[in-house]
Ligand binder design. Structure first.
Ligand SMILES: [Mg+2]
Length: 438
């Protein structure tokens, strides 16, 4: 178990920052990244935030800024973001001995036992991430994870809104080096809703009770907080008081279920394109399954119409058990397509389908727990085939080798996601690597 202090390294406007690395012309102008199917804004540059564009704003509502303010909208390029995240995380790990990856662009670093000036060390790591990957980060340091998260918020706000906090706290904010008075002044200048784990509803309740700032929350009696609210909020208060209650989770637990669900680019009514889509989703889910070294026992498949459109409604799902737990694409695609055929009904305009792999367990197959009725050699052979398939798809891009049932003719694959504004896979596809010209 690692004690404090802790750091939180968090990229600024991560998806937009990834895009800017490869298209410097996007610097200094308002940029948003749109969700799957180009529906709504899931990342905003500071300039887009300044236009008043909210997180989750639908594209059709903010489209007019393209004309009036030069807003650029891009389709989400998750292949790029995932790869940039790996690079950033491996550099952030250099800050201390323990790392917990908290989201695609955030990781906690346990600093227990790190000697020397932590602020200086954090500045060096931040600079290395910026120079080596092009991604700007904020780093917050504090005696507890909750305070590190708060320090991170201050580091980014101090940079984005000059005057909001002392300028020297921009980019790297170490609460551990401040005097009691300076720390209290910061907490008093920060709204209670910015605290990690204090959601909108609790923030409203606190504000009604006269608790508006972080300092006011930190000064509450933990026992009272427990009685009036919850053990969770009590823990938050203790953490704000400097007592570490939330430990590092060094090893992320393998996912208990794996889902691959997508909205269609266009409404789907016929069985054939539905089978293709479900085959592809099942293949992708199987890839994820193998990546975490698990096998699945059951495959859930579903499809539904849009809840918002007029017309007949349809929402059905079915769980298809596998004959034995497996991570084999063919077995999983077979189960998923059998399932969708079972629940398919003609005459509905379907908007979305998905495949969920349930009942996951570690893959012990290779250690000899073979099904008696199976030919061991054949199973090992299938395992090798899956490895080769994953290897090819990793190297040459997703879907290079795929099951025939997910379709061949791209023009006919109308169910595919709409991503008209996606940038190239700069870092993961040899054909997309940018060429530098002198
Ligand atoms: Mg971030």
């Amino acid at each position: 178990m690692s004690a404090g202090p802790f750091a939180l390294v968090d990229a600024s406007n991560f998806y937009v920052s990834c895009e800017r690395v490869f298209r410097p012309s996007l610097n200094g102008i308002p940029v948003v990244v749109l969700s799957s199917n180009d529906g709504c804004a899931i990342a905003r540059s500071n300039e887009a935030k300044a236009l008043g564009i909210k997180m989750g704003a639908p594209w059709f509502e903010i489209k007019h800024f393209a004309e009036s303010a030069g807003l650029v909208a891009l389709s989400a390029n998750f292949t790029l973001y995932g790869d940039m995240s790996d690079r950033m995380m491996s550099l952030a790990a250099g800050l201390g001995p323990a790392q917990e990856i908290y989201s695609i662009d955030e990781s906690f670093i346990g600093l227990d036992g790190v000697r020397g000036d932590l602020t200086d060390r954090a500045r060096k790591v931040r600079n290395r991430i910026l120079v080596w990957t092009g991604i700007p980060c904020g780093i917050g340091i504090g005696p507890t994870k909750t305070l590190a998260k708060l320090a991170n918020y201050i580091s980014k706000t101090a940079e984005r809104k000059p005057g909001s906090y002392p300028a020297e706290l921009a980019q790297v904010c170490n609460l551990g080096t401040l005097s009691k008075e300076d720390l209290d002044a910061l907490l008093a200048a920060t709204a209670v809703g910015e605290v990690w784990g204090v959601g909108r509803r609790i923030a409203e309740q606190l504000e009604e009770g006269g608790i508006r700032t972080v300092l006011e929350l930190a000064r509450l009696d933990p026992a009272t907080v427990r009685r009036r609210w919850s053990v969770v909020l009590e823990r938050t208060v203790r953490e704000l008081q400097g007592m570490s209650c939330v430990q590092m989770e060094d090893v992320p637990a393998p996912k208990k279920e794996i889902a691959y669900t997508r909205s269609f680019g266009r409404l789907v009514t016929d069985l054939e394109p539905l089978l293709e889509a479900v085959s592809e989703y099942a293949s992708r889910a199987a890839e994820k399954l193998r990546k975490q070294g698990s096998v699945a026992g059951n495959v859930l498949v579903f499809a539904h119409t849009s809840p918002y459109r007029p017309g007949p409604k349809y929402h059905r799902s079915v769980v298809v058990p596998l004959r034995r737990p497996s991570a084999d694409t063919a077995a999983i695609v077979h189960a998923a397509t059998a399932g969708i055929q079972q629940i398919y009904q003609p005459g509905f305009d379907l908007i979305k389908a998905g495949v969920m792999l349930l009942d996951l367990a570690p893959d012990h197959r290779m250690q000899g727990e073979l099904d008696l009725e199976d030919d061991g050699a054949a199973v090992a052979e299938r395992g090798r085939l899956m490895k080769v398939m994953d290897g090819l798809n990793n190297r040459y891009g997703k879907g290079t080798v795929h099951v025939a049932s997910s379709g061949f003719d791209d023009a006919h694959r109308a169910w595919r996601m709409r991503q008209e504004r996606r940038t190239p896979h700069y870092t993961t596809n040899i054909l997309d690597i940018p060429i530098a010209r002198a």
